[in-house]
Design a binder for this molecule. Structure first.
Ligand code: AMP
Ligand code: MG
Length: 269
């Protein structure tokens, strides 16, 4: 998945990243969905091991434009994991209580503990995305946040959290198709938020804000991946494979069973 990793210190130009790319698994939707099933199973095994070992913690950050596929990715990639041990944290418009604190307050509370996977559906990055695009705080304030975020993520990483950050990259045309589908399909209508059209009008400002975030906060300890996301099946394969490879790299083991199990005789039960 290295080709989708944002190299630390590089300048991201999103117009150079093809949202339609399917080059790593050029298999089409049908075969892609079959492969995902296998990955779902593998991810479930690894999550069970993570939970059993109770040593590592995994934080998965999902960011995308509206309709970019955050919800779908969670549903499809994590379809088979044990809900015990996996949490999803949704970050919406901050409440008055959240706004009365620093922007990382609500975020830090939701980070994973030992043995857990936490998926951030939106995240602290909203505080340099929507907040920057809408000037919800002045530039002197949001401008400092890239440093805070790097330091925050370094803290989590130093204390044992593995961090993976995915920007699900869709094109503006694809967003138009998905917004239309939300209006047309009865089971999707509930998701249509007229406010999304206002955000769409700010597409270019969002791309600038994303580019700044990706460029300034992709690090060795908390890398960003730009996931081609126009094809949902491909997006899911890229995210699932990246998570699986990362978990496999942790060298996890089941805890040693208690001693003396050989001597236990159950024949009298
Ligand atoms: P959704 O994910 O579609 O349910 O929408 C959640 C909304 O909350 C999006 O419009 C986000 O931009 C917004 N949001 C999330 N975090 C923040 C934040 N820190 N400040 C302002 N708006 C936010
Ligand atoms: Mg929405």
């Amino acid at each position: 998945m290295e080709q989708y990793r944002v190299q630390p210190g590089s300048q991201v130009d999103l117009s150079q990243w093809d949202p339609n790319d399917t080059s790593l698994f050029p298999v089409g939707k049908k075969e892609g969905r079959k492969r995902l099933k296998k990955l779902n199973k593998r991810l479930a095994e690894l999550q069970y091991l993570l939970w059993a070992e109770n040593k590592h913690k995994l934080l998965v950050v999902l960011q995308a434009m509206d309709t970019g596929g955050k919800d779908g990715t969670i549903r499809k990639v994590f379809a088979r994991v044990n809900p015990q041990g996996v949490q999803v944290a949704n970050f919406k418009k901050p409440t008055p209580e959240e706004l009365a604190h620093d922007y990382l307050w609500r975020v830090h509370k939701r980070t994973p503990g030992n043995g857990e996977i936490t998926i951030f559906n939106r995240s602290h990055y909203e505080d340099v995305l929507v907040v920057r695009v809408h000037n919800l705080v002045p530039p002197e304030v949001w401008g400092k946040r890239y440093d805070h975020i790097r330091a925050f993520e370094k803290t989590l990483a130093d204390e044992g959290t593995t961090i993976l950050k995915f920007y699900l990259h869709i094109s503006k045309d694809e967003q138009a198709r998905r917004l239309r589908a939300r209006l047309e399909r009865p089971e999707k209508r509930w998701k249509f938020n007229p406010g999304d059209l206002k955000e769409r009008a700010l597409w270019d400002s969002y791309m600038e804000a994303y580019q700044a975030a990706l460029s300034r906060t992709s690090t060795e300890f908390a890398p960003w991946f730009v996931v081609p996301a126009n094809h949902k099946w491909y997006r899911d394969l890229v995210v699932a494979t990246t998570i699986i490879q990362t978990l496999e790299g942790l060298g996890m083991r089941y805890p040693q069973p208690v001693e003396g199990l050989e001597a236990i005789d159950l024949s009298g039960l």
